[in-house]
Design a protein around this ligand. Structure first.
Ligand code: ATP
Length: 865
């Protein structure tokens, strides 16, 4: 691979066979893409199917089962059918496991694809936005602050381009880029190149792609980054551990029971069967899988609600979010600006439509000249291109009869200092006839502080207050004349200016934001507005949205900077609005809330927002206006930039957590019930003259665990969030998974199911052992299918949502049907050692199963009281 930084630019362009103005043609790019492969780092090899199949056999249950199968056949070769069934079930279970895992994996992959980085290139002479993966050598890459560099490229043009290359070189200060030929130099000094995965922090530039994919500098260190291992979420880890602990406990109990039974004179074979049955009953298979699948399903669902989850654990954290810090512009407001009023020292404050003063028009034109946005006429319709703050200024000029291109006839644009939220200003240089002028626009406070010719400061401040109190966003403009082009440093350029005037524009609140704020409030979630805008403007809008309430305050960035971290943390509860803040202040706000034990969501769009997005518990990046860098740092991407989407996601997050708890409650209660049945029967047989025998065979328990348990469990995972989820306070950060009496619920419901099964068994066993087993089996499995409806809701099941989950009804019908097949098809019932039941016996089983509803409803009623 030839290095490109030490060649002349002409040579690079020639060897890469491209064209600076036109870029590549689409066909050529397609051809190169096929030849060179996608611009992506190689992923670590996926585990082959065969290996994944084998890996399914590593969990405790499977090992116990296989062992049991082998031992059964050794002890009693006539019982080979039992062993065969166990093996079939285990294999089926493994296949099911793989299918589900791949499904979850696929939906997560699709999600990654959705949040895949994009890049702007020139193709066929036109600016085009494409997936970074499609970039090829020779593409002309357009770079802008906030972009993540998509591939290594040689610079053709730069405008104050600064790049953070810390990911590659460890150098934390952004590197200023230049267009020049270099000698042989180390990576960190190759200032005429940009490198993949580094972030553009400032300015803009144009570059030609020299390498892609693994040939990029980052590819050389990519082996270090290569890992497709999906990190488990905290909940998955916790449940994995719970599962393991229960598994080990179960094995110990099994060994004890086996020993006791053998000692008390029971045959080894009988004792062994009980022990295996107990193990099968107790080990909660599928606990962690269920969670993985629920999480994967829910992220797919959230995409439809305009939220892309980039980090899986975020789904869990969402549910416990207690503070949402939101940007104002575009998130709480519509970002559809309109200039309403103007101020010029000659005229005072007037409405835009009422002013045709030549000085005012000149001021509006200065605003227009100092902006990158434009309004073009396309198919007879006006179309705004660029930042809404800027396009509304262009529009104001247009109303007075000037287009940007009209102005460009007299003004020749030279240099610029791009806008950034820290400075809250931007500057553009123009050659106007034989003069060189700089025009700067920005927030009034920052502009005033940098002007030394100000006509009437008192009046200006009053005018500003007047407009801001009307919730108008105020921008000021100032100019300065130059002899020659100065060094392009903000401190030099944006100083000693002459104040010209200001405009006040409205940015109406989003209709749905107000509702979302009040929904959040009911759910115990505090909404905080953070804005670069003026305090008065912010206050007016915050009041309107219900964010700023009686007794709450607004703070400006400079006030915040005067507080120590301790002082700030103490006072934080009082403040609902932060105005004139810089992105750095956001980090302090996040940390201060976190120090109060809160779980904080924070929105952001710019490059400098990424530290705040990273330190927040849930960083939310804007999908439309957000930079690639912000998206990369976020846990959640709001594809509609809307505040209401955050609140909807929190609701979803709470629902998902509820569902996971419901699944775990259902699965563990079932295991508990099975253990209770077997264990009680064996203790009774040991301690009393009554010989109860084994109520359920291992294959019965396997069937229940794999069919009548799993089906409803997955269905419970798809439950809609209960209507009351947003009427609760947020979950505490450190709250145990079993909080709120989940553990005791599992225990009593387990005992309930176990007792009902045992009653059926004892009744049937008094007639015949096989009748007893059949009745126990039927009661247990039907009770499970019915009990899923009890778990479905914290409220009475006899309400309108009884029919809301078609998967649950599907699970119920399929489960019941299979159950009936097992009993009525002779081949199957022989294998399962089931016998035909009389109508009375059958009815007893069904009544016992249905009584779970009566019991659970009564308990719910008592709890409610
Ligand atoms: P939010 O932080 O809620 O999105 P914001 O849009 O006001 O609000 P920034 O974009 O950081 O936040 O802008 C901060 C301030 O900079 C604005 O209040 C305004 O005074 C000024 N400003 C915004 N856009 C421009 C621009 N294009 N040119 C010059 N100044 C601007």
């Amino acid at each position: 691979m030839t290095a490109r930084y030490n060649q002349s630019l002409e040579e690079v362009i020639r060897t890469l066979q491209t064209n600076i103005e036109q870029g590549l043609t689409t066909e050529e790019a397609q051809r190169r893409l096929e030849e060179q492969g996608p611009n992506a780092l190689e992923q670590a090899k996926k585990t082959p199917m065969f290996l994944r199949f084998l890996l399914q056999f590593k969990d405790a249950l499977t090992i116990v089962l296989l062992l049991a199968a082998v031992i059964s056949i050794v002890i009693d070769p006539h019982e080979w059918i039992d062993s065969l069934i166990i093996v079939i079930v285990v294999v089926l279970n493994a296949i099911l496991g793989i299918v589900q895992e791949s499904k979850a994996e696929k939906s997560l992959e699709a999600l990654n694809q959705m949040s895949a980085p994009k890049a702007t290139v020139i193709r066929d002479g036109k600016k085009t936005r494409i997936d970074s993966r499609e970039i090829v050598v020779g593409d002309i890459l357009l770079l802008e602050a906030g972009d993540s560099v998509a591939s290594d490229a040689r610079l053709i043009e730069v405008h104050n381009l600064k790049v953070d290359e810390s990911a590659l070189t460890g150098e934390s200060v952004p590197v200023t880029k230049e267009v020049k030929e270099l000698e042989e130099v180390p990576l960190g000094d190759r200032v005429n190149m940009v490198f993949a995965s580094c972030n553009i922090t400032y300015g803009r530039g144009v570059a030609v792609v020299t390498t892609t994919g693994m040939d990029n500098e980052v590819g050389k260190i990519a082996t270090l980054l290569m890992s497709t291992k999906n990190e488990l979420t905290p909940l998955q880890i916790k449940l994995d551990q719970i599962g393991k602990t229960i598994g080990i406990l179960a094995l110990v109990v099994c060994i004890i029971v086996f020993a006791m039974e053998v000692l008390s004179g029971m045959g080894i074979l009988e004792a062994f069967k009980t022990a295996v049955a107990l193990a099968v009953a107790a080990i909660p298979e599928g606990l962690a899988t269920v969670v993985t699948i629920i999480l994967a399903l829910s992220v797919t669902k959230m995409v439809k609600q305009n939220a892309i989850v980039r980090k899986l654990p975020a789904v869990e954290t969402l549910g416990s979010t207690s503070v949402v810090c939101s940007d104002k512009t575009g998130t709480l407001t519509q970002n559809k600006m309109t200039v309403i009023k103007v101020y010029h020292p000659d005229t005072g404050v007037v409405r835009l439509e009422n002013s045709d003063d030549p000085e005012v028009i000149k001021m509006l034109n200065y605003f227009t000249l100092c902006s990158d946005g434009d309004i073009v006429v396309k198919d007879g319709k006006e179309e705004a291109i660029g930042d809404p703050t800027e396009t509304t200024l262009v529009k104001a000029s247009l109303l007075k009869g000037y287009t940007k291109s009209d102005l460009y006839k007299e003004y020749a644009r030279k240099e610029e200092l791009a806008f950034d939220s820290d400075r809250k200003m931007m500057t553009v240089f123009y050659r106007y006839h034989d003069r060189l002028i700089s025009i700067t626009k920005g927030g009034l406070d920052v502009i005033l502080a940098r002007c030394d010719t100000i006509p009437n400061k008192e009046e200006i401040l009053q005018a500003n207050e007047h407009m801001a109190n009307d919730a108008l966003r105020v921008l000021a403009v100032a100019i300065r004349e130059w002899e020659s082009m100065p060094k392009l440093e903000p401190t030099i350029v944006e100083d000693h200016m002459t104040f010209i005037g200001m405009v006040g524009m409205i940015d109406p609140p989003r209709a749905e934001a107000k509702e979302a704020v009040s929904l959040a409030k009911r759910a115990g979630i505090r909404t905080i507005m953070i804005t670069g805008d003026h305090k008065l403007t912010a206050t007016a809008i915050a009041k309107d949205l219900g964010i700023l309430e009686e007794g709450q305050l607004a703070m400006s960035g400079s006030e915040l900077q005067n507080l120590s971290d301790e002082e700030f943390s103490e006072k934080i509860e009082q403040y609902s609005v932060y105005a004139r803040v810089s992105p750095q202040d956001k980090v302090r706000i996040v940390k201060a809330w976190q120090s109060q034990g809160k779980v904080v969501a924070m929105t952001g769009d710019g490059v400098n927002d990424s530290p705040a997005l990273k330190s927040a518990d849930i960083g939310c990046a804007m999908g439309i206006t957000g930079t690639e860098v912000a998206k990369g740092a976020a846990a959640l991407i709001l594809t509609d930039d809307n505040f209401a989407t955050i609140i909807a996601s929190i609701k979803e997050g709470r629902g998902i957590y509820d569902n996971i708890r419901k699944c775990v409650q259902f699965l563990l209660a079932s295991n508990m019930g099975e253990v209770f049945t077997i264990f009680t029967a064996s203790i009774v047989s040991l301690l009393t003259p009554l010989n109860l025998g084994v109520p359920l065979l291992p294959i019965h328990l396997l069937w229940v665990n794999l069919i009548t348990d799993s089906l409803p469990a997955f269905a419970l995972g798809t439950e809609e969030a209960e209507s009351t989820v947003m009427e609760r306070k947020p979950r505490e950060k450190e709250e145990s998974f079993f909080a709120g009496g989940l553990l005791s619920t599992i225990v009593w419901q387990g005992i309930m199911i176990g007792s009902l099964t045992l009653i059926a068994y004892i009744y049937g066993n008094s007639i015949d052992h096989n009748v007893g087993m059949t009745m126990a089996f039927l009661t247990l499995s039907t009770a499970q299918l019915v009990h899923a409806f009890n778990v479905k809701s914290h409220h009475s099941i006899l309400n309108k949502s009884l029919f809301s989950n078609r998967y649950l009804w599907g699970a119920f019908l399929v489960g019941s049907l299979l159950q009936i097949l097992l009993i009525s098809v002779p081949v199957l019932s022989n294998i399962f050692k089931l016998v035909p039941l009389t109508v009375t016996q059958f009815a007893i089983c069904i009544l016992l199963s249905l009584s779970t509803v009566v019991i659970c409803e009564s308990v719910k009623r008592i709890n409610r009281k």
